[in-house]
Design a protein around this ligand. Structure first.
Ligand SMILES: [Fe+2]
Ligand SMILES: [Fe+2]
Length: 159
């Protein structure tokens, strides 16, 4: 575990991670035994790792906050409901609508959340940060489907 990345997540994202609405994500499973809350932290961690590995000049605050909020849709997508029957196509918009009510979002955070499902949602990401999160989301989803939950990462990120 890269503690420098953990510090970055905590520095820019603690208010999100501790917020009542974000904590609701712990109730909703994303893949396997991984909650949406944990998935969001993993995507954030992987996004920062990608940026650091390639030495990319990015807006770190926007990257962290957009990654943490990218799946802020706040329902269990495994339980059928008319309102989210097209979850794969509609949840990015839903996450953005929820997130903007709770947090101040800049143009990069907005783009990260709305475009993270590219190419399922056909509009491509506009910023480097959005491309990174979209890639990190797919890496994380694949990893979560194969492996178990990573409690250590969760424990380290929560202050
Ligand atoms: Fe998503
Ligand atoms: Fe996701």
């Amino acid at each position: 575990m890269d503690t420098e990345i953990i510090d970055i997540i905590r520095h820019y994202g603690s208010d999100i991670l501790k917020s009542t609405k974000m904590l609701e994500e712990k109730k909703y499973m994303q893949h396997g035994n991984v909650s949406v809350y944990e998935h969001s932290i993993k995507v954030c961690y992987i996004s920062i790792r990608i940026a650091k590995t390639f030495g990319l000049n990015i807006d770190m605050k926007a990257l962290v906050r957009g990654a943490l909020l990218h799946d802020f849709f706040l329902y269990d997508w495994h339980i059928y409901d008319e309102s989210h029957k097209l979850h794969a196509f509609s949840h990015a918009r839903c996450a953005y609508e929820n997130a903007k009510k709770e947090f101040d979002l800049g143009k990069i955070e907005k783009d990260i959340i709305l475009k993270h499902m590219f190419p399922v949602n056909i509009t491509p990401p506009k910023y480097k940060e959005s491309v990174i999160v979209s890639i990190a989301d797919k890496i994380s989803a694949t990893h979560e489907t194969i492996f178990e939950s990573d409690h250590e990462l969760l424990r380290l990120c929560i202050v």
